[in-house]
Design a protein around this ligand. Structure first.
Ligand code: FES
Ligand code: FE
Length: 416
């Protein structure tokens, strides 16, 4: 499509119709995409990794956010560090691989050498007046929330991350993600805009019709459903199970109540510990644990799944035996990376305590089904016939909250 000017984007943002999906330009336009990278991914806390990906000093990963490559390391004091993956000499990318281990960070071009805190410690042939201290790596804000690694590319990151961390720590801490290891990680590239990926995640209207594996254990009612004439009975039964489960889990010291601030703050999020069907233990094909070694201080396998959704780009399910995390990163207006990471207790032994195929089966199948839904949506919105359609007031409240948050933040950062 022909592309938008900034004034047209501001106009589209102002004209957005509450209760309806977004205009096609939000999914197709390169100008909107560039603005998303600058204002959404450049100004907010982005979920990018889990601490078990870099458990030891010297471990590193790189993550691409648009054209920016970010290097995340663990330094010799066991602290997380994040830098732009760009040499301060003539700008070469420092680490080309997505993960590895280093003593120091050595640029492959002329061997400028940085320590794990980003200080330039060794150069040759730069003359007397050259000051190493003026040429350290450019830092990126990084925070771990109980093992979930967030970065922020802005100079001054949104301050309300601290409040989210305070509220979420009691929910996440019992699972002790930091004492886990990565059992599997899968990357898929979906041919759809990143917002279609997120919107699809924020409703379970599509679950029964599309996710036969996931709905073996998951009740769709926990994902933003409101009672309606069509589901009154099922919803009442679910609410009864939810109330009884919460009472049991709270008595074990596991916070379970819903917190929902998806569109009412800069760092929007939602959490709730949700009961699972059948064996009630884990998101597997028989709803039993996939790993025999339970996490952290959890001793009962049937503690449901703690779901945690963050704006703009992640969701997570913390269960008694494993944690599954999803990071969504835009590649192009019609292309998005979805990185899924499964973590189990670090002492769990593959083939003895868990089987990777069993651990990953439900979400590999679900991701592929969601990929197809997103890709078909992208094709549909690109046709000239698309016009914004109405959200279901009973099942799509959280999709609308995603769009409210997105439009609100874009309006704030793209003033007319
Ligand atoms: Fe890195 Fe020259 S560009 S040392
Ligand atoms: Fe889905």
């Amino acid at each position: 499509m022909s592309d938008l000017k900034v004034s047209q984007l501001a106009d589209l943002l102002q004209r957005r119709r509450p209760g309806y999906s977004l205009d096609a330009a939000f999914y197709l336009s390169d100008a909107v995409f560039q603005s998303d990278l600058k204002h959404i991914f450049g100004q907010h806390w982005i979920f990018v990794a889990v601490e078990p990906q870099i458990p030891e000093p010297g471990d590193f990963i790189t993550v691409d956010v648009g054209k920016q490559s970010i290097l995340i390391t663990r330094d010799d004091d066991d602290q997380l560090q994040a830098f732009h993956n760009v040499c301060r000499h003539r700008g070469s990318r420092l680490c080309a691989s997505h993960k590895g281990m280093v003593g120091n960070i050595v640029c492959p071009y002329h061997q400028w050498t940085y320590d794990l805190k980003g200080s330039l410690i060794h150069v040759e042939h730069m003359g007397e007046g050259f000051k190493k201290e003026d040429h350290g790596l450019k830092k990126v804000h990084v925070r771990s929330l109980e093992g979930l690694i967030f970065i922020c590319l802005a100079e001054t990151p949104p301050a309300d991350f601290e409040d989210m961390a305070q509220q979420m720590t009691p929910y996440l801490a019992p699972h002790r993600l930091k004492d886990c290891k990565v059992a599997a990680q899968v990357e898929i590239v979906e041919k759809g805009n990143w917002k279609l990926v997120m919107e699809n995640n924020r409703e379970c209207y599509h679950c029964v019709g599309n996710h036969p594996e996931l709905t073996l254990s998951l009740y769709e009612y926990g994902f933003g459903y409101q009672p309606s004439p069509a589901n009154a009975e099922g919803m009442a039964r679910f609410r009864d199970i939810l109330a009884k489960s919460h009472a049991r889990w709270e008595a074990m010291g596991l916070p379970s109540a819903e917190i929902e601030v998806l569109d009412s703050r800069v760092t929007g999020f939602r959490t709730q510990r949700l009961p699972l069907d059948r064996a009630g233990q884990s998101q597997t094909m028989n709803a039993e644990v996939a790993s025999k070694k339970l996490l952290g201080r959890i001793t009962d396998p049937a503690v449901g799944g703690l779901s945690f959704w963050t704006q703009p780009n992640s969701w997570h399910h913390f269960m008694s035996d494993h944690v599954v995390s999803f990071s969504v990163l835009p590649i192009a207006p019609g292309e998005t990376l979805v990185r899924t990471t499964w973590c189990v207790h670090k002492d769990a032994v593959e083939g003895v305590d868990y089987d990777v195929a069993n651990l990953t089966k439900v979400w590999n199948a679900t991701n592929d089904q969601d990929r197809r839904l997103v890709e078909e949506s992208q094709v549909g919105v690109a046709s000239g016939a698309y016009e914004p359609g109405p959200y279901s007031p009973y099942t799509e409240e959280l999709v609308e909250k995603f769009c409210n948050w997105y439009v609100g933040r874009m309006r704030a950062l793209n003033p007319v």
